[in-house]
Design a protein around this ligand. Structure first.
Ligand code: UDP
Length: 239
């Protein structure tokens, strides 16, 4: 199944991808490899928005499970996403890709606030815009942030680069016979609670007709393969 022609995409990377082979935190060498993939995608003429999670550093749910106040823990998670955004900005700029970070939690000394029209200008000027801090509110995830920014920036697709190569009918890490879908509908994902993104993110993409492309970003060159239609992926779409 090929993707429609794309001019602008939103690439969502889970925070855990930035760990590389580490168990925690940021592996600068692996972030540099990811930056090369983003650069190569940009050189095909695409406009690129980036959203990076924070799970390699802190997740609000994990804090809450250990007795923390959930909202407080979620704000810590949002701050983790800003650290990841700055790491990716650094890696991209070191290889000559112009970027701006816009955070949904304002921090003037570090980055811009989210201003849609300004983000639009950055993209037109060939900059990669990295959106940090998700939607800027607790009880959400960066998947919802990615869906929200993909909708408001009118992206042609939301590319979810993660550590699995698509959407399966059951957990491939637990079930050797799990089957990967080439395409699957938003409604099936929601009805069967398939592990793609959280439900609010999937619903937002469904309501705005944004295809979600799930693929593994861990293998070198995969982003380019997915964009050229030769990759291993699952496309979540309307029908
Ligand atoms: N978070 C939040 N609101 C948002 C986005 C993120 O509260 O809009 C917090 C939440 O605690 C979450 C953490 O930031 O667990 C890190 O984001 P996420 O879990 O989405 O990261 P990923 O799993 O993609 O690495």
């Amino acid at each position: 199944m090929a993707l429609p022609p794309m001019k602008r995409v939103l690439l969502k990377l889970s925070g855990e991808v930035l760990m590389g082979s580490q168990q925690f935190g940021i592996d600068p060498a692996f972030v540099a490899e990811l930056a090369q993939e983003v650069k190569a995608a940009k050189e095909t003429g695409l406009q690129i928005c980036l959203v990076i999670g924070g799970g390699n550093i802190f997740r609000g749910m994990a804090g809450a499970a250990q007795g923390m106040d959930r909202a407080q823990a979620d704000y810590m998670g949002m701050l983790a996403t800003v650290m990841n955004a700055l790491a990716m900005q650094n890696a991209l700029e070191q290889i000559g890709v112009s970027t701006r970070v816009q955070s949904a939690v304002q921090m003037d000394q570090v980055c811009e606030p989210v201003i849609r029209r300004r983000a639009e200008r950055h993209l037109e000027k060939g900059r990669v815009v990295i959106f940090a801090a998700g939607v800027g509110a607790p009880y959400f995830t960066t998947d919802s942030g990615a869906a929200l920014r993909a909708a408001e920036m009118k992206c042609d697709a939301l590319l979810k680069g993660t550590s699995v190569d698509g959407v399966y009918d059951s957990d491939p890490k637990k079930n050797g016979g799990a089957k990967r879908f080439d395409t699957v509908t938003y409604d099936k994902v929601l009805a069967d609670n398939l592990k793609v993104m959280d439900a609010s993110a999937v619903a937002l993409c469904r309501d705005n007709g944004i295809p979600i492309v799930v693929f593994s970003i861990r293998e070198k060159g995969n982003l380019a393969r997915v964009l050229s239609g030769t990759g291993v992926q699952t496309i979540v779409q309307g029908s």
